[in-house]
Design a protein around this ligand. Structure first.
Ligand code: TYD
Length: 210
């Protein structure tokens, strides 16, 4: 099983992933937590290039291909072997991030993105995708607070530095995808307190592992 988490900056994915790991531990399921970009050793190197604010001149196509390269490595090195070993894989961001950030927000050709995603993912596809949805202003406020208090890495702020309009496109992109695939997507109101967000996620997970 593959579960993915998506959302704008500051949507609280990290906290909810920790809760999910605890949920699977407590219910006796073998689960592995991973992330994109950077779920592998090679991926960590790609991640450093992608998120470094000094790389503000990065060409959008180069950006897309780096995310695809990171995903190819991750799918083959981690996701497929873990699924074969019978584990539940929980991934912090996956191919929907590419559709939304590089497609809806950067405006790259959607057909190209779909072909690349298909090439890189092969038979791998998420069973459930949680979108932690909240107003952009609130998300960015939370993200910058975390950068200032050191709980978010200052060397990884290339996307936080994007204009507010960019993040609006990201948010709307997720909501558009969720409307297109209502069976796979579960949109959760992430403006609420972490415990309430957790409760909404657990409800869906209960139905999933039954
Ligand atoms: P992440 O470290 O998860 O940041 P955050 O904690 O803010 O969610 O993700 C890094 C950034 O990479 C994030 O701003 C979204 C972006 N991204 C893309 O643009 N395309 C992609 O395919 C992926 C996986 C991430």
């Amino acid at each position: 099983m593959l579960i993915t988490l998506e959302g704008i900056e500051g949507s609280g994915k990290t906290t909810q992933i920790e809760y999910m790991a605890a949920y699977f531990r407590e219910t006796g399921h073998d689960c592995v937590i991973t992330k994109e970009p950077g779920g592998t050793g090679i991926g960590e190197k790609i991640r450093a290039i992608l998120l470094n604010p000094e790389n503000h001149k990065m060409d959008p196509l180069a950006e897309l291909l780096l995310y695809a390269a990171d995903r190819a490595q991750h799918v083959h090195e981690i996701i497929i072997p873990m699924q074969r070993a019978g584990k539940i894989v929980v991934c912090d961001r996956f191919h929907d991030s590419t559709t939304v950030y590089q497609g809806f927000a950067r405006g790259l050709d959607m057909g190209l993105i779909q072909r690349l995603n298909a090439l890189v993912m092969g038979d791998v596809s998420p069973d459930v995708t949680f979108v932690l949805d909240l107003p952009v202003e609130l998300g960015l406020k939370r993200a910058w607070k975390q950068i200032q208090n050191g709980s978010r890495n200052e060397a990884e702020t290339r996307f936080e530095n994007e204009k507010r309009q960019f993040h609006e496109k990201v948010r709307n992109g997720y909501l558009t995808l969720a409307l297109r695939e209502p069976d796979r997507f579960c949109v959760v109101d992430a403006a609420k307190a972490p415990d309430q967000v957790r409760a909404a996620i657990v409800e869906r997970l209960n139905a999933l592992v039954k």
